[in-house]
Design a protein. Structure first.
Length: 659
């Protein structure tokens, strides 16, 4: 076994030492040896600190620890975290907490959110240390409570607060998040128990936990609409950590979100009678990359995903700023609000000169200037806009999704479907596993290449269900079953019997794939792909993502016949639709970018652009699937290798690139 660096003490029997030596930190990072001061800090906190730059040796050590109790803290770089956390470290019983130390916190926070052992994702090592200290203090308190209550009933399970560093400012796409929020707002008034448990689990972070009891009856009285907004906000929102693009957190807090939204809406109506147009200010510290991104967005829309506490006086705002954060820039957001503009986020006056703005606001950034004052800062001028893009195509797609999900009459089920649409397949599968929605579970397993799981889910579905039988054909095609004649017959039977036109459209796309890749009958392939595309354009909103995907088969058919101009035209059509209807990390965008890369690879002058498109696609796929062995990831890497060797690329031969 490879020997790790161990700054705290030498040992010749590493597994035994770990098992019997209390608090243990395992640090996997190529540059950990350079952090001499931080090593000293960790040595003061932990009984043993093991440092690795070899991931295999690190995993070997962790797996060798014999215990049925989580006991190890893992500090890991973003690079190794993305490779190892989800598939290797998260399932290990030995691992208690995982801390991610990386430069690109936005990128690594996305995959980290699917792993409940990840406590935080920070680029600042001091914040990592603070998070570790917080966890150690909580663990110590919990041990004391258990010791004091040995003879009493066992304590209920505590759901620990996971600290994620999420994006505060995002691009102009919030359709799925807006659908999710409105599903919660329009549904029945449930969720008080989840909110109560959340409050109880986080009472250490709530400075008012001695002033009230977090029981349903008490909470319902406490958050009564007759209370002032000041009474609502100050003592209770500091620990909720609401974020508009975190659908799972919104679900947990759904009862409170409904109450709070109604309260702010009432306050907005009252406040707007006296203040039709006004300006309010918010101060924050932005990292240089965040500020640079803002400078490139002048004239564009940004979304602010968090609640904003603002002041109507700029100087008061500046005076309220916390201590200067190193390596960050002080920024004052100057927010202009016109109450005659409809469908904006709600807001309300907490007290004179203080305005609270709802999370998920959509703003147009129209000016950035540097104020060279005694206390210099950047001034960003914004106009509050309607929460959802007013383009008719966006509005039509929003209404379509909301209607479809409301008609399920099952809020939990609807949220699972919404996570699927958003491309959060890992979260969606975990979500739907609590129910018996095997059709969606089978599709999710197939998309993630979990074929054994998919087979188990498919076994629960009836044999006379056309959608289930279509999924079974997908399964056979993806698992390299070579009985294509049988699969084609199944598809033709569905085509002749199914009354659901969307199912028939998807059958045509599957038949097109068989003709294109298996039998190489290009005319038949083109006919089936075109029929599927035409039907979807008839039945679905103009920018529905399924319409975009239906162009991919047409494009690859052109590409296979060396008609690169029409191939690129169809890939570009798909891409233009997806840019309007999907978040930029959705795995469907990776399919289209790979297709565009194929076309760019045919011209020596654009080969570098082709590699860039493949790189972009690869990053999206890795974030979505978190497995190096996923077929789309393998295919993308092979294409990049062939392109670097100067070989012509073939059309993609995995079904996942077409459906």
């Amino acid at each position: 076994m490879a020997t790790p660096t161990m700054p705290s003490r030498a040992t010749t029997d590493v597994p035994k030492t770990i098992k019997n030596s209390g608090q243990v930190l395992i640090w996997l990072d190529d540059s950990a040896e350079e952090e001499i001061e931080i090593k000293g800090v960790f040595m003061s906190l932990f009984d043993n600190v093991f440092i690795f730059s070899n991931p295999d040796a690190c995993i070997e050590l962790i797996e060798s620890v014999g215990t049925n109790t989580p006991c190890l803290s893992i500090l890991i770089s973003g690079k190794y975290g993305q490779m190892l956390v989800h598939d290797r470290l998260q399932p290990l019983i030995q691992v208690k907490y995982i801390y991610v130390f990386c430069y690109d916190t936005v990128k690594h926070s996305r995959w980290a959110q699917t792993c409940d052992k990840v406590r935080c994702v920070f680029s600042d090592i001091t914040k990592i240390v603070q998070c570790i200290q917080f966890d150690m203090q909580n663990a110590s308190k919990q041990q004391q409570k258990e010791h004091q209550q040995n003879d009493q009933q066992p304590l209920p399970e505590v759901h620990e607060l996971v600290l994620y560093k999420r994006e505060r400012f995002t691009d102009d796409y919030n359709l799925f998040d807006h659908v999710g929020l409105n599903l919660l707002l329009e549904s029945s008034n449930d969720g008080i128990e989840d909110f109560t448990q959340y409050c109880e689990a986080n009472d250490e972070s709530d400075p008012t936990n001695d002033d009230r009891n977090d029981h349903p009856e008490t909470l319902q009285l406490y958050f009564d609409s007759k209370q002032t907004l000041q009474e609502w906000y100050r003592p209770n929102l500091c620990f909720l950590d609401i974020n508009s693009n975190d659908l799972l957190k919104l679900w947990t807090l759904r009862w409170f979100v409904r109450q709070f939204y109604r309260k702010l809406t009432m306050e907005k109506e009252k406040f707007s009678k006296d203040q039709v147009k006004f300006t309010t200010y918010h101060v924050a510290y932005l990292a240089m990359d965040e500020l640079d991104a803002m400078k490139h967005r002048i004239g564009q829309i940004i979304l602010i995903t968090e609640l904003l506490f603002t002041y109507t006086d700029r100087q008061v705002t500046l005076n309220s700023a916390q201590a200067v954060e190193s390596d960050k820039c002080k920024v004052v957001f100057e927010i202009n609000i016109d109450s005659t503009i409809h469908e904006t986020i709600p807001y309300g006056q907490i007290q004179d000169g203080e305005i609270l703005l709802w999370f998920g606001g959509r703003y147009r950034l129209y000016k950035i200037e540097y104020v060279d004052d005694q206390d210099p800062y950047w001034l960003l001028s914004l106009n509050l806009c309607p929460t959802l893009d007013t383009k008719s195509t966006i509005q039509t797609l929003y209404v379509y999704y909301l209607k479809e999900l409301c008609e399920l009459n099952d809020l939990h089920y609807a949220f699972g479907r919404l996570l699927m649409y958003k491309g959060s397949y890992i979260q969606a599968e975990k979500w739907l596993q609590a129910s018996d929605h095997y059709e969606e579970l089978a599709e999710l397993a197939l998309r993630q290449s979990h074929y054994e799981q998919a087979k188990d889910y498919l076994d629960h579905l009836p044999n006379d269900c056309h959608q289930a039988n279509l999924l079974r054909v997908y399964f056979y095609l993806l698992t390299m079953n070579d009985d294509y004649t049988k699969m084609r017959l199944i598809l033709l039977r569905i085509l002749s019997e199914a009354t659901d036109k969307l199912v028939r459209a998807r059958v045509n796309i599957a038949l097109g794939f068989i003709h294109l890749i298996v039998t190489q009958q290009f005319e038949q392939a083109f006919e089936h792909f075109t029929i599927g595309n035409d039907v979807m354009q008839t039945l679905l909103p103009p920018i529905h993502p399924d319409i975009a995907k239906s162009y991919l088969g047409i494009a690859y058919t052109y590409y296979s016949q060396d008609n690169f101009i029409d191939a690129k035209k169809n890939f570009q059509t798909a891409f233009n639709i997806q840019k309007q209807s999907l978040i930029y990390t959705h795995p469907d965008l990776a399919k289209t970018r790979s297709g565009l890369a194929h076309c760019l690879s045919t011209d020596k002058q654009t080969m570098k652009n082709a590699l860039n498109e493949f790189e972009y696609a690869l990053n999206i796929l890795f974030e979505a699937y978190q497995s190096e062995h996923h077929p789309e990831i393998v295919a993308t890497r092979l294409d990049m290798e062939q392109l670097r060797k100067g070989n012509q690329l073939l059309s993609r031969n995995t079904l996942l690139d077409y459906i």
